[in-house]
Structures are given as C-alpha cells and as structure tokens.
Design a protein around this ligand. Structure first.
Ligand code: NAD
Ligand code: AKB
Length: 317
C-alpha cells in the first residue's frame, strides 16, 4: 500500500485502533490521525484537526503530509443518523464526496467502510449474497449504499483506487462505540463485569452479524494491500466473523460469569433498524478475491473481551 496514510474520524471506535495497527505496520510518522475532536493530552503521533466536509482542510493536510492513502472513517452511525438524518447526510455523503474529490485531484487511494446497514427489509436475510437487493430504510443505510456506488463511480470514471468492506457490528474493548444499533454487544461486557446484569435495548432473538476488532483491522489492511488485479469487486465486500442473538451472547458470557443476568427494554427505533438488517452475510467474494479469513468466533471473542476489560473495570458492589 502507498504510504503516507490519512485516517479521518480517527478518534472513533475503529479509528482509535486502526491508527495503532497502521502505525505498527508502516511506522508512526507514516500515519496522520485526524478528527473534529482533539486527542487526549499525551497521545503520540501526527494528528490534525480535519472536518471531512471541508474540502480545503482535506486538501491542505493531504498536500502538507504528502498523503497517498485515505482511510475515511468519519461518519454518523445508524442510531445517531436516524435521530438527525439531515446532519447524517451532510457528514456521511458530503464527507465522502469531498474525500473522493481530493483523492481524484491528488491520486490518493481511498478505503471506505460500508455496513450491514446498506441492506434493507427486501434483502434476502440469511447468507445475504454479495450482490443483491439493497433498499435500506434508514438514513444511515441510504448514505452507505450511495457511498458504495460513489466509490465504484470514482474508480470507473476517474480511476481512483477505491476499496472497502461492509462491516457487521464491531466489538472492541478500546474506544466506546459511537451510537449504533449493534452497540449492545459492547455495552453488555461492561455491565456484565461491573453489575453482573444488563438491560438490552434489542429483543432476545435479534440475530445480527458481528466481528471482533482485531479481525476488522485485518480486513481494513488486507483489502488495501491486495494486488488489485485479483479484485472483481472493489468496494463493499461482505465480511463477517460470527452471528448471534443477545440471548446467545449472554449464554456465552455466563460460561465465565455464571450469575450474569440479562433482561430486555426494547428501544423501538433501534429494534426496527436491526429488524431491517440481515441475520448473516455470505462473505465468499472477500474470501475468494483477497483471502479474507477471520480469526475470532463467538467463544474466543467473549474470552478475550472479558480478559481485557477485566483489567480496566472493577465489579461494583
Ligand atoms: P465512531 O462514531 O466511533 O467514530 C466516528 C468518528 O468520526 C468520531 O471520532 C467523530 O468525532 C468523527 N467525526 C464525526 N463527524 C466528523 C467530521 N465532519 N469530520 C471528521 N470527523 C468526524 O464510528 P466508528 O464505529 O469508528 O465507524 C467508522 C466508520 O466505520 C463509519 O463509516 C461507520 O459507518 C463504519 N462502520 C462501523 C461499524 C461499527 O460497528 N463500528 C460497523 C460498520 C461500519
Ligand atoms: C451501527 O450499528 O450503526 C454500526 C453498523 C453495523 O454499521 N455498528
């Protein structure tokens, strides 16, 4: 992959880990983190304040650092986007459009993370194919489908090296998730350790695809490093590692914390979003075209999450 690298939205759930993974691979000075929030005092490595909807600001930082690859992570997630759809359109679409324009001018490669949110209720819900019906009913999903198409367009029309994946819900013990529908699968670990009890905002049988953050890092790096002549698709590869319901996740946590209890107070907005998303993705295209092969299933992910969070959180009471 071409270095140097700019990461937008770098202080979020993915960015805070991706910046470290990229720096470990390509060197600290090769990766410029950026966001509209400031990093905690004492954070190492290059950082710039960049609003992705501001084209001049993007141009300036890309030229100043001689950036060759942009990981464009800045966006509003599904639940937040549904509460402020106009802002979500401006940030998710306006930001991506400006990133692609600057990439066209400066010949940068672009990674764009789409989501299971790019699918809708008319999509086949089980083993959802790579190429299928996409009629999302959320503003988040609309911006993700349009984003996938815009990335394809910039590649075909302007030869910009755009690539990307459709991530499922991501689970991590680092930065907190930023307001999505799958956030329950992170919150549950914090509450299990601290209170041995979690009230879930999705119903017990809501099945969704998920992935542990180390596998998400692997996907984001590998798809950008692969020889492009191997790619039939370029953008929006289905990728997944596991799928489960809140009941099944609670049962796995109970193997480590036997008195852990879960109950339910369903949030109708997030439940409706989850119900419009697939139960499981077919990720064969990613496996065949660039060797996608996740390492963590449900049991390994739960064990690692509890071990790592257990070092940071203490039981309450
Ligand atoms: P997040 O909400 O945790 O982080 C987003 C970051 O973007 C925040 O740090 C925020 O300050 C920043 N930001 C917001 N507006 C900005 C702007 N105008 N300019 C620059 N920065 C801005 O999100 P995340 O979970 O890290 O997700 C990153 C990307 O991955 C998003 O495109 C998201 O849709 C996609 N994705 C995430 C998941 C997941 O489960 N986390 C799953 C599928 C896809
Ligand atoms: C969300 O729930 O919005 C994200 C996603 C799956 O895109 N985690």
């Amino acid at each position: 992959m071409n270095t140097k690298i700019l990461v937008t939205g770098a202080l979020g759930q993915i960015g805070s880990e991706l910046v470290n993974a990229l720096r470990a691979r390509y060197g600290e000075e090769a990766v410029v983190a950026s966001d509209i929030r400031m990093p905690p005092r004492g954070t190492d490595g290059p950082f710039d304040f960049v609003d992705c909807t501001n084209q001049r600001s993007l141009q300036e930082v890309i030229r100043r650092h001689d950036v060759r690859t942009i990981y464009h992570l800045a966006a509003l997630l599904s639940a937040v986007a549904e509460s402020k759809p106009q802002v979500a359109w401006d940030v998710n679409m306006g930001g991506l459009y400006r990133v692609l324009e600057v990439a066209r001018e400066t010949r940068c490669a672009v990674f764009f993370p789409s989501s299971i949110g790019a699918f809708g209720p008319d999509t086949p819900p089980d083993h959802t194919p790579q190429d299928t019906v996409q009629r999302p009913v959320t503003m988040y999903g609309v911006t993700k489908v349009a984003g996938e198409l815009l990335c394809d367009y910039y590649h075909h029309r302007f030869r910009v090296d755009t690539r990307g994946v459709r991530f499922p819900g991501l689970i991590s013990h680092g930065a907190p998730p930023g307001g999505g529908t799958t956030d329950y699968a992170v919150e549950i670990f914090h509450e299990a350790i601290r209170h041995r009890h979690y009230t879930c905002f999705l119903g017990p049988d809501t099945r969704l695809d998920m992935m542990y953050m180390p596998d998400a890092m692997k996907a984001a790096i590998e798809v950008m490093e692969v020889d492009p002549s191997r790619l039939v698709h370029r953008n929006a590869f289905n990728v997944t590692a596991m799928n489960f319901t809140p009941e099944e996740l609670a049962a796995e946590i109970r193997k480590h914390i036997p008195d852990f209890k879960i109950d339910y107070n369903v949030d109708p907005v997030r439940q409706a979003i989850a119900d419009s998303w697939p139960n499981s993705l077919d990720d064969r295209a990613a496996r065949e075209e660039w060797g996608w092969n996740p390492e963590y299933g449900l049991a390994a992910m739960v064990q690692d999450m509890l071990e790592n969070l257990g070092k940071k959180l203490k039981p309450v009471g």
